[in-house]
Write a protein that binds this ligand. Structure first.
Ligand code: AMP
Ligand code: GLY
Length: 421
């Protein structure tokens, strides 16, 4: 079948790399893609929010499977757009706009978790109308205070504040448009102290299969210091996730979430990303995402032995029941190479050298573009260098050795991925 992947990051390159090996894949297209995805398929100059152009392209190129990488188009309803007559036959990996609110609205997700008794931090939904209650709720909590813009805010909508007076001031500012429409509603949450990790499932809205778990490193600086980023590296599996914790995650979180999706009759064929935290051995949901993570995808996809297109096809046909994934027992570690200055201002279009000589790691492109035979940087996160090895420390070491072989002006990366494990 012909397949189109939407997106342009490391996640989409990892998906394209895996899908291009499938016997079921005839032609693979990526829109808009990057310099790396063009090695696995054909890049198409269409942006992920250009729904009409995407539809036209799918019809002209006999696309049978559309995989939506990022959350934006899902929250904006791309799946619903395709559920109409002429594109009804196209299978889509990604939920409807209604279901995508699990990521697109923090308040929606919290209500869902409350309804289905899924462990998560205590919370209150606040608007200008009940601001007094918001202040009272803050008074009742212990520091630090967690304030979340309800809507998508490019990963910047969560504030964690030490001082009560500052939290009240920020709450006011958020409701008054600090993050635009996204923070017209704010979710105040109890702060949970623990270690974060991520679990992923592929669902057809009724059944699911579990993918390998992962841990990402979000802060820009070594030792988990400095500003939050999209992710500076990741490890899979996560050594502290033992059998006991895993069973709690499945029984208390994954199963009731899928049951809730089914009970609510959500149109949900796609990935569920459970952002979790373990507090003294008990797992809680920090957030849901309605897609795979980046850079988590760069460590989980290489560990899947099965044919990914078959799995996605099973999800679309509603035949995931009793399927069990074959997962490599090797660890995967990815080290993200980023542009100098990221996550603040950075320059683009620096020439990248050395990727062609790497043969002991997979080099997934995150923010790159090809121009006149050269590969140039084209984003904050540039390359994700992934290694598989029986020892995750060794995997990190090999990724780092290969990172040294790749050069571009201003390159930066963390040397301590996995340091805490
Ligand atoms: P989110 O966008 O909801 O994933 O939040 C971004 C980050 O803020 C998370 O990855 C956590 O590190 C942190 N965070 C969010 N909610 C909480 C909470 N209730 N307690 C502690 N940390 C949190
Ligand atoms: N790495 C976190 C995310 O993809 O949201």
């Amino acid at each position: 079948m012909n397949i189109l992947i939407l997106g342009s990051g490391g996640r989409e390159h990892a998906l394209a790399w895996k899908i291009s090996k499938s016997k079921l894949c005839r032609q693979l297209f990526i829109a808009p893609g990057n310099a790396g995805t063009s090695l696995c398929g054909i890049n198409v100059p269409i942006q992920v929010n250009e729904f009409d152009a995407i539809k036209d392209f799918c019809l002209k190129n006999d696309i049978h499977l559309l995989i939506v990488g990022p959350e934006g188009p899902l929250v904006d309803g791309i799946t619903d757009t395709f559920r109409t007559n002429e594109t009804k036959h196209i299978g889509i990996i990604g939920p409807s706009a209604y279901a995508a609110q699990l990521e697109g609205s923090k308040a929606f997700a919290k209500k869902f978790m409350q309804k289905y008794d899924i462990p998560t931090a205590a919370y209150l939904e606040v608007t200008h109308e009940n601001l007094d209650l918001g202040f009272e709720f803050l008074d009742s909590l212990k520091a630090p205070y967690v304030l979340k813009a309800d809507g998508l805010a490019a990963g910047k909508g969560v504030l964690i504040i030490d001082e009560l007076s500052e939290a009240k001031k920020q709450l006011n500012e958020m409701l008054s448009g600090k993050f635009g429409k996204a923070s017209e509603t704010v979710v105040i949450e109890e702060f949970l102290s623990g270690i974060e990790f991520s679990v992923f499932a592929l669902t057809d809205g009724k059944d699911y299969i579990i993918l390998p778990e992962a841990k990402d490193y979000k802060r820009v600086g070594e030792g988990d210091t400095g500003l939050n980023t999209g992710g500076m590296g990741a490890i899979s599996p996560v050594p502290f996730v033992d059998k006991i914790l895993w069973e709690k995650v499945i029984d208390r979180i994954v199963k009731p979430t899928i049951e809730g999706i089914s009970a609510e009759k959500m149109d949900y064929t796609g990935f569920v990303f459970f952002g979790l935290i373990t507090v003294k051995g008990e797992p809680f949901v920090i957030e849901y995402n309605c897609r795979l993570g980046d850079p988590e995808t760069e460590v989980i996809i290489p560990r899947i032995n099965d044919d990914l297109v078959t799995l996605l096809h099973d999800a679309i046909n509603g035949s995931l029941k009793d399927k069990i994934l074959s997962i490599s027992d090797k660890s995967a570690a990815t080290v993200m190479m980023v542009s100098g200055g990221y996550p603040g201002d950075f320059e683009k279009y620096k020439v990248i050298n050395g990727t062609e000589n790497i043969n002991t790691s997979l080099v997934f492109h995150a923010g790159t573009i090809s121009k006149e035979g050269k590969i140039l940087t084209n984003g904050g996160r540039v390359l994700a260098v992934t290694t598989l090895n029986h020892d995750f420390k060794k995997a990190v070491e090999i990724s780092l050795k290969n990172v040294e072989e790749i050069s571009f002006e201003g390159k930066y990366y963390r040397r301590d991925i996995g340091f805490d494990l």
